[in-house]
Design a protein around this ligand. Structure first.
Ligand SMILES: *[C@@H]1O[C@H](CO)[C@@H](O)[C@H](O)[C@H]1NC(C)=O
Ligand SMILES: *[C@@H]1O[C@H](CO)[C@@H](O)[C@H](O)[C@H]1NC(C)=O
Ligand SMILES: *[C@@H]1O[C@H](CO)[C@@H](O)[C@H](O)[C@H]1NC(C)=O
Ligand SMILES: *[C@@H]1O[C@H](CO)[C@@H](O)[C@H](O)[C@H]1NC(C)=O
Length: 359
């Protein structure tokens, strides 16, 4: 399922510089120097005050935490998607993106451990949905998070039908389209997933768009890789949670259609928080023109299958590549379920991830 936009309401700090403890302490140090200079004429007083000044300096330096390199909030505010994609791709031509707001940081950390174990972490680009996330990631892992302004919070005030609302609902396909237009292949993942294997072994052929089925019914191991037939609602249940796109006209067409479908959809509370039906209509309408590829169920099962059918899990042991913790709602429940299945890595294995203990 799509990550809920309802959680993406983190306000940016009113003064982004307050995020840096360094600026506060250097300001005080400056004041102190000024005072020291004015005291210089009165040598006697200076001598008397010298121990006090030394003590002040010591206190100031110990209250400012040690930092390997200065953290610049403004540097990351001006960091563009083009800069970030180029940095993450680093000559490989591929980026792995996720979109994360602050409440999802524990899931980001957990997901990144699985990605790192498959040695694909360097390609990861976190699209931060708020400034707190942008700074939290780039402070520990410089360059791997970008915020495409305006942050969703600034837009949520806009009414349905407005440009602002259009921007809000269509952020994900627009980010993906922008990355394709920059010439990169891009994998999108929701962060309530875990990697147990390397998905790139399934992405070697030259299809335009790769995706997974969100249905829970068991399919034969040799199921077809074409778009499945529509279900009860007249459409398919392809997951917008894991998508791999190559920078082809076909993949760009699907993203454009997705954006179009999002704007055409009648508004409802449910639809607002879920862009998956629109993605399915986009696939339905472009199927004749685009090379679509359904990934194998045994490697990419939905949560409704993996966490609910023990028999199937045993039967397909060793084949699982990415597990999606969906068909359940709520942060606590998702974490508990991951813990029960031994898929919550952050408590004991945060060293495996470049973010370390972010939460
Ligand atoms: C970029 O790729 C080079 C090798 O091609 C590697 O040595 C370097 O560590 C990579 N940089 C990052 C930031 O991943
Ligand atoms: C919507 O997005 C477009 C293109 O990114 C931008 O030019 C425009 O200012 C945005 N409008 C609003 C109201 O957010
Ligand atoms: C698209 O959806 C319609 C309506 O459910 C269906 O009749 C048609 O077969 C679908 N096309 C494809 C390619 O799945
Ligand atoms: C669970 O998996 C088994 C083995 O693949 C399958 O035969 C069975 O129909 C599945 N049960 C449900 C409820 O889907």
């Amino acid at each position: 399922m799509a990550t809920s936009l309802l959680h993406q309401r983190q306000k940016p700090p009113s003064d982004p510089h307050q995020i840096s403890p360094r600026s506060a302490s250097s300001f005080s140090t400056f004041n102190l120097r000024q005072r020291t200079a004015s005291l210089f004429g009165r040598a006697g007083l200076l001598l008397a005050l010298l121990p006090l000044l030394l003590l002040l300096f010591l206190l100031l330096s110990s209250s400012s935490p040690p930092q390997q390199q200065p953290f610049s909030a403004s540097r990351w505010r001006d960091y563009t998607l083009a800069d970030a994609a180029s940095f993450a791709a680093n000559g490989t031509g591929t980026v792995i993106v996720c979109a994360v707001s602050q409440p999802y940081l524990p899931f980001l950390a957990n997901w990144l451990i699985g990605v790192s174990r498959q040695r694909h972490q360097d390609k990861v680009l976190v699209i931060a949905e708020d400034y707190a996330t942008l700074y939290a990631v780039n402070r520990r892992w410089p360059g791997h998070a970008v915020l495409v302004p305006p942050a969703p919070d600034a837009q949520s005030a806009h009414k349905f039908g407005s440009q602002g609302f259009f921007n809000f609902t269509s952020r994900r396909p627009r980010h993906l389209l922008n990355i394709l237009e920059l010439g990169y292949s891009v994998m999108y993942n929701d962060v309530d997933m875990v990697w147990l294997g390397d998905p790139f072994q399934y992405l070697k052929e030259k299809h335009d768009v790769y995706f997974t089925d969100d249905m829970t019914a068991v399919k034969p191991l040799d199921h077809p890789h074409s778009l499945p037939p529509p279900g009860k609602k007249g459409r398919t249940y392809i997951c917008s949670c894991m998508i791999y796109l190559r920078p082809t006209n076909g993949a760009k067409l699907v993203m454009k259609k997705w954006i179009e479908e999002l704007t055409a959809q009648p508004w409802s509370k449910k639809a607002k928080a879920n862009d998956q039906p629109a993605f399915n209509w986009a696939l339905n309408k472009t199927a004749g023109q685009v090379d679509l590829y359904l990934l194998p169920q045994a490697a990419f099962p939905s949560g409704g299958l993996y966490f609910k059918n023990e028999t199937w899990v045993k039967e397909t042991k060793g084949m699982h590549v990415i597990i999606h913790n969906n068909y359940i709602t709520g942060f606590e429940k998702k974490i508990k379920r991951f813990q029960e299945y031994g898929l919550w890595f952050v408590d004991d294995h945060s060293d495996d991830s470049p973010l370390g203990k972010i939460v």
